[in-house]
Design a protein around this ligand. Structure first.
Ligand code: SF4
Length: 339
């Protein structure tokens, strides 16, 4: 039962440390058309059964609860790979209708974006984050286990043409694979007006192969870039943004460093996640989840769903705890949580 906007009471997704979540990451699927080595095995994973995944109506309803009652003003669609979700354009269009104030973005590997960028922009999408770790076809294929670099590049170009900017590129550096290509990737991105961010690899892969010793750190990346570029910290306040920004050769181009492991930013976290099967994750590294799908399918009202969501956030941990002795990687892999 949905209630009219006027009698909706506004609540916030505040946790016990006073952080307020306003940025909702919605995973629309756990499936992907790439097989990145730092994410999943070559054979892929046992995908979520169809009836466990939220329908388009259910996804839009929960987004409506979050944006209409819980103070969410940013919605990022993720996966797996969100472009493989059949109803994506319609979900974005309906989200735009119910949340005209919200910023809508997507995290994608850009396969297929060349075809859909225009429709996504028309539906109300604001901007895209594209995952790209190398501009060398052989390295790209080595990391993703697919020979699809040209499709990613044409997807980026189509996004620029459709006005889905600022276009951000997320890159992960792997020791001995592409860690010697950081400066090349930055030069390429600056030439095209893309804002590149390097993300430290996190212990979220399905095969649990992550190791701190082999991870390329933010300091490693900055050292590699500084050999070719003059980097100066950007002045603007960072706020809750994950990336530390640096001007490249005096600007206006910038590069970002997302040092999730070595310089965590959990103290200012404003993110909350909804999985493709209707579970709330208060943190990327949460070890427990709160189920919204069951009450939703059992006829719960929006008031009830909102109250459950507020309760789900209250107990959020101070941070990811990767450095804690007892740290345990979440059971749910990155591909089923989303960026
Ligand atoms: S690790 Fe968790 S708490 Fe930290 S920034 Fe990410 S989502 Fe927020």
């Amino acid at each position: 039962m949905t209630t009219s906007p006027t009698d909706q009471t506004q609540q916030t997704l505040v946790d016990r440390f006073g952080r307020v979540a306003t940025d909702l990451r919605v995973s629309l699927t756990d499936r992907c058309n790439l097989r990145c080595t730092y994410c999943m095995p070559p054979e892929g994973l046992d995908w979520m059964p169809g009836d466990e995944a939220l329908t388009d109506d259910e996804v839009v309803r929960l987004i409506g609860v979050a944006t209409g009652r819980l103070g969410v003003d940013e919605v990022r669609f993720t996966g797996g790979e969100p472009l493989v979700r059949r109803g994506l354009v319609s979900i974005i269009g309906r989200t735009r209708e119910i949340a005209p104030h919200a910023e809508l973005s997507i995290t994608t590997n850009a396969l297929g974006l060349a075809k859909t960028a225009g429709a996504l922009a028309e539906a109300g999408l604001d901007r895209v984050n594209v995952s790209l770790d190398s501009i060398r076809p052989d390295t790209f294929a080595q990391i993703t286990r697919r020979d699809r670099l040209p499709d990613v590049i044409s997807g980026l170009e189509a996004a620029a043409e459709a006005g889905l900017g600022p276009i951000k590129i997320n890159a992960v550096l792997l020791r001995g694979v592409n860690d010697d290509q950081a400066a090349e990737l930055l030069g390429w991105s600056v030439e095209r007006g893309y804002e590149l961010r390097f993300i430290e690899q996190m212990p979220l892969d399905a095969q649990h192969g992550w190791s701190r010793e082999t991870m390329v750190t933010a300091d490693d990346t900055l050292a590699a870039l500084s050999a070719s570029f003059d980097l100066t910290p950007a002045e603007e306040p960072r706020g809750s943004a994950p990336a530390e920004l640096f001007h490249v050769d005096g600007g206006p181009a910038k590069v970002g460093i997302i040092a999730s492991v070595t310089r965590p930013f959990c103290g200012d976290c404003d993110r909350v996640r909804l999985t493709a099967d209707g579970q709330v994750r208060d943190c990327l590294f949460a070890r427990s989840e709160s189920d919204l799908r069951t009450p939703l399918r059992a006829g719960a009202s929006d008031d009830d769903l909102a109250a459950r969501w507020v309760t789900a956030m209250a107990g959020k941990a101070a941070g990811h705890g990767i450095d804690d002795l007892g740290f345990l990687q979440p059971d749910r892999p990155m591909s089923a949580i989303g960026g």
